[in-house]
Write a protein that binds this ligand. Structure first.
Ligand code: PRP
Length: 221
């Protein structure tokens, strides 16, 4: 039997998605050893392989078929723009992509001023400002701690992920506009989807049930 290979965005998302996989009988004992420096883990019996990768590399592994299936945030999928099938919203890692800044920057946005936008997601920011808002802006790519940019005067606003909102609050910034909602998605290589259709379709179907069950559980709470 050919292995089905999963690429998981390392960190909290990988742990949460493995919990979901366990619910549908896809487990990997090897992965639970936190002290291990191994990069790839196998479940010989079921014919599955798992590896952890930097989130922004997951769509690349999947597009090239080095992984059949990937679990990664919608932010990364949008930013990378790879050719792959997005097949399921896992309903975990929920957050929002937003335009944020000091309250005073709201006025600049409203008047379509030529402002500077700092972000780790230049393609998402470009698409939002140029294609959706038809506003010309200067986009500055940063790699982390994006909230610093408007505080130290690098940019007027930022485009960044907001989860609880505490980073913004603690730094005197606020949400000015919402770009899109985000969550973890399952993506599939286009050739694998045909070649391994039966096994992959089964995984999607089983996971969809877990997602629905969890949603129902949340609604009842
Ligand atoms: C993300 C994001 C925000 C923060 C939002 O950063 O870029 O800074 O989390 O979360 P909150 O709304 O719950 O405060 P991350 O911690 O991934 O690190 P980074 O800033 O280096 O990208």
């Amino acid at each position: 039997m050919r292995y089905i290979t999963f690429a998981l965005a390392k960190g909290r998302l990988a742990e949460k998605s493995m919990e979901m996989f366990e619910e549908i009988g896809i487990s990997c004992e090897e992965m639970k050893d936190k002290s291990s420096r191994k990069l790839i883990f196998t479940n010989e019996e079921l014919g599955y392989r798992f590896f952890l990768a930097k989130a922004s590399d997951v769509p690349t592994y999947v597009e090239y078929g080095a992984a059949d299936i990937g679990i990664v945030g919608k932010d990364t999928i949008l930013e990378e723009g790879r050719r792959l099938y997005e097949v399921l919203d896992l309903g975990i890692g929920k957050c929002r992509m937003c335009v944020c800044g000091p309250v005073s920057a709201g006025e600049l946005l409203r008047h379509h001023e030529l402002i500077r936008v700092a972000t780790k997601y230049p393609d998402i920011a470009k698409d939002y400002f140029y294609n959706k808002k038809h506003q010309t802006v200067e986009i500055i790519k940063l790699n982390g701690s994006i909230e610093l940019a408007p505080i130290v005067g690098l940019s007027e606003v930022i485009v960044d992920i907001v989860e609880t909102g505490s980073t913004l609050r603690e730094n005197g910034l606020t949400i000015l506009e919402e770009v899109c909602p985000l969550s973890a998605r399952m993506v599939v290589n286009q050739v694998s989807m045909k070649r391994e259709n039966e096994r992959i379709a089964r995984i999607i179907q089983d996971l969809r049930r877990v997602v629905l069950r969890r949603q129902e559980g949340q609604q009842q709470q």
